[in-house]
Design a protein around this ligand. Structure first.
Ligand code: AMP
Length: 446
């Protein structure tokens, strides 16, 4: 299968060739002809599957071959949950549109930055707007843009739009769109609300499900390293240096931990930055740009960075703190091994988080071997309960007990920064409805 057999026009084929895409990815093979035909599409696809080009290329073709009205109108609207994803998709549109005979005006709008430049840029409308819902509504309220001529609506990462609480904004936007339009819905997962949205929004959609999830892709080597929680930063440093990893995305559970781990790495002489949702937009953009340009070697991030971010040639992802859910695990490790490249995903597992990792494995039907690294072998296999909790000597503490203790320690601030208590306090917790008994694996699996 080649791009030229999908029905794309020559300037788009040229742009694709310039990006060195030799063959379309499965989602592109299925979605591009359907979108070119004008069908609605419901696609379940992860970031990393090539989904941006799957909708951007046919949308650009439609825009390039139809007339644009003058005024504050927008022709294609892409709604996304995060600023980073918006910026990335906007950039893709610009890259793919480069060789089109008429320029295609693509604007990216999101909150957290001044609205004025966005209002100015919108003068005369735009062909494509990639927007987060809240800022788009602000611009509509300022009369800077009209949605009445939108011919294609894309919802990208629809599950996250809901997760981030954009439901009201989204419904208001829907009310402002013309009834006749093409709708394309992309989502990694289809929880009930996304499914019901799909049912209401889409007209006889072409349904596309891309089976290969990053968690099961053979080109991501998944490594699980047993280590005591307080040793993780040192181990991370050791792995980076011993393996000469040039670019590492490290996931931690909290904003605090991003800063804390990045700072420790910097003190050890590694160029590292933190990325989390409470940084200013400027700082977030800078951290990502520095990472992409290899000015920093380690980016320590919360799950904010787990989806949507496209960092080309990201060879290694490290789960310093485990993700909360099996789905988040997929998204995190899917940051590497993208578009045919191989990658390594390393998860740190300690006595405290072992059960949680087993659960993630169970959900993905994985059974990964455990590794220990010389000099970092864990010594904490069990934590005896203190007398005050009424624990029986030698009996493993319940999750509740541990959480209660961690919360108490955090409140009193008694834990030192690198103590196990402090680090385990930032650990994600098991979902309450899941019961799982802790077990050591047989040595053959460890
Ligand atoms: P996406 O899933 O849209 O975030 O794309 C993931 C990555 O795959 C991006 O870096 C794209 O540039 C790249 N990509 C998209 N389509 C192809 C293709 N057909 N061949 C190779 N790389 C691709």
């Amino acid at each position: 299968m080649s791009f030229s057999s999908l029905g794309l026009i020559e300037p788009l084929l040229r742009a694709v060739a310039e990006r060195n895409y030799s063959t379309p990815t499965p989602i592109q093979t299925e979605a591009i002809p359907a979108i070119l035909r004008g069908s609605d599409v419901q696609a379940s696809a992860q970031t990393g599957s090539g989904k941006t080009a799957a909708f951007a290329l046919p949308i650009l073709q439609h825009l390039a071959t139809t007339r644009r009205e003058r005024g504050r109108f927008v022709r294609a609207l892409i709604l996304v949950p995060t600023r980073e994803l918006a910026a990335q998709i906007g950039e893709s549109f610009r890259v793919y549109a480069r060789f089109l005979p008429e320029p295609i005006k693509t604007l990216v709008v999101y909150g957290g930055v001044s609205i004025n430049p966005q209002m100015m840029a919108l003068g005369g409308g735009a062909d494509v707007i990639v927007a987060t819902p809240g800022r788009l509504l602000d611009l509509i309220d300022h009369n800077a843009v009209s949605l009445s001529a939108v011919s294609t609506l894309v919802l990208d990462e629809a599950d996250r739009l809901f997760e981030f609480g954009f439901t009201d904004e989204f419904n208001r936007i829907l009310g402002l769109l013309p009834a006749r339009r093409q709708n394309l819905l992309f989502s990694a997962t289809f929880p009930a609300e996304v499914q019901s949205l799909a049912t209401n929004l889409l007209h006889e959609p072409v349904r596309i499900a891309i089976a290969a999830e990053p968690a099961n892709k053979p080109d991501i080597l998944q490594r699980v390293i047993e280590v005591d929680a307080p040793q993780r930063t040192q181990l991370l440093r050791h792995l980076i240096e011993a393996n000469a990893w040039t670019r590492v995305l490290v996931f931690v559970a909290t904003k605090y931990a991003t800063e804390h781990v990045a700072e420790k790495l910097r003190r050890a002489g590694l160029a590292a930055s933190a990325l989390h949702g409470e940084l200013s937009q400027g700082a977030r953009t800078q951290a990502l740009a520095d990472f992409k340009a290899s000015k920093i070697r380690v980016l320590v991030a919360t799950d904010l960075a787990a989806r949507g971010l496209d960092i080309i040639e990201l060879p290694v992802v490290v789960n310093f703190d485990l993700p909360r859910s099996a789905v988040d695990y997929t998204h995190r490790i899917g940051r590497t091994g993208r578009a045919g490249e191989s990658g390594v995903a390393v998860s740190f597992v300690s006595a405290d988080t072992h059960a949680h990792f087993c659960l993630i494995e169970k959900r993905h039907q994985l059974d990964l071997p455990r590794e220990q690294i010389e000099g970092f072998e864990p010594v904490e296999t069990d934590i005896p309960a203190p007398a005050s909790t009424g624990g029986v000597k030698g009996k493993r503490k319940s999750k509740k007990d541990k959480l209660r203790e961690a919360a108490a320690r955090q409140q009193t601030g008694t834990a030192s920064e690198s103590s196990p208590a402090r680090e385990s306090a930032s650990m994600p917790t098991l979902q309450p409805e899941i019961k799982f008994s802790w077990r050591r694996r047989p040595s053959s699996l460890r």
